[in-house]
Design a protein around this ligand. Structure first.
Ligand code: ACO
Length: 315
């Protein structure tokens, strides 16, 4: 046995709200279409704020909630694909802005919308080998900068945000037993980068991605439960990547998950990619819906294609 538990959560969203009515003025769309197809009514977009501002604010809140000082952090991982610089990494800027020790291991990781799960698993492995037993896992995304405003099927979906978790490793804690996977595909969903012939922007073929997501989510849940010898009833709360309310609704119906055991904030924030799962966790913790001892199933999927799930406990 050995693993990590969450000690504190934090999140940040920039103040600028983009409503469906705002989008109606920019592209040929309607509040009715966006709400009925996706469940999104507003999303936040950065104006003056930088990606590192969002990381810093979310991380500060998580440290405060955890009662952990920056100098106690041994490893800092930022899951992102939209950082301010290709180098330095977003994690290096968190080290600077929060005054983490110079020997803190800081790096970014790109798992697209599943990034927070990849980062939690990586953190669990790294803390096992580190003399420091606390780590900072951040999921942060500024996808508003990569929106293709000519493509109405994607430009309505994305928002900017950061979510952060302070975790503690202990040899007596159970592992989060993360299940992670990938199937390389550069046509279905992604963001073009520095090496691509086209300018950096989001692209997505919505329907096949939807089909992938509704298959991946139950598969991940089943596998994680099986590996852990648990059943649905052993899970206190379900946290799904917030990509589309219909994807979450299908999973909830399939497993008969009662209303008090899951939460959706896609309506307010849209799809915030790697930030979406820690954003939900942070709000749940703020509302007192999860607390010490809660066992939470995290399920994510996204560009890559990537997918993942884990069973995480709150300390
Ligand atoms: N407003 C009005 N009409 C629109 C809009 C819009 N914003 N966007 C598309 N339409 C139209 C289309 O043109 C099409 O019209 P047509 O029938 O006349 O051709 C019609 O609506 C249906 O379009 P679809 O693309 O088939 O719509 P769909 O029901 O599939 O919904 C959506 C699109 C919301 C993107 C959905 O496919 C989806 O949620 N897919 C999964 C997204 C996801 O899970 N992404 C993973 C994470 S993202 C990441 O990793 C970065």
């Amino acid at each position: 046995m050995s693993g990590i538990k969450i000690c504190g959560m934090g999140h940040y969203t920039p103040p600028k709200l983009m409503t469906n009515a705002d989008l109606e003025k920019i592209v040929d769309t309607s509040d009715e279409w966006i709400t009925s197809r996706t469940g999104i009514t507003t999303r936040h977009h950065c104006v003056e704020e930088t990606h590192s501002d969002m990381c810093r604010e979310a991380a500060k809140m998580a440290l405060e909630k955890a009662g952990i000082k920056p100098e106690e952090i041994g490893v800092c991982i930022v899951a992102t694909l939209t950082s301010d610089f290709l180098a330095p990494s977003a994690a290096c800027l968190v080290q600077r802005d929060l005054g983490l020790q110079d020997d803190t291991i800081c790096f970014d990781l790109n798992g697209a919308c599943s990034g927070f799960l990849f980062a939690m698993h990586t953190m669990e492995c790294m803390l096992a080998a580190s003399p420091q037993k606390h780590g900072l896992v951040i999921g942060a995304e500024m996808l508003s900068r990569f929106i293709n405003w000519e493509d109405r099927s994607t430009c309505v979906l994305f928002g900017d945000a950061a979510g952060a978790a302070v975790v503690e490793w202990n040899e007596d804690y159970e592992s989060i037993h993360a299940l992670l996977g990938c199937h390389g595909d550069s046509d279905m969903l992604g963001v073009t980068g520095a090496g691509h012939k086209d300018p950096p922007q989001i692209f997505m073929n919505g329907q096949p991605v939807f089909k992938f997501a509704v298959t991946a989510v139950p598969w991940c849940i089943d596998q994680v439960l099986k590996r852990n010898g648990r059943t649905i009833d052993d899970v206190d709360f379900f946290v799904f990547h917030q990509a589309n309310t219909r994807i979450i609704d299908l999973a909830v119906r399939k497993y008969h998950i009662p209303e008090e055991k899951y939460y959706k904030n896609i309506e307010k924030y849209g799809n915030t990619s790697a930030a979406s799962i820690p954003m939900v966790l942070s709000e749940l913790s703020q509302f007192g819906k999860v607390a010490s001892g809660s066992r939470v199933m995290l399920v994510g999927f996204g560009g890559g294609l990537t997918w993942g799930a884990a069973l995480v406990e709150f300390k």
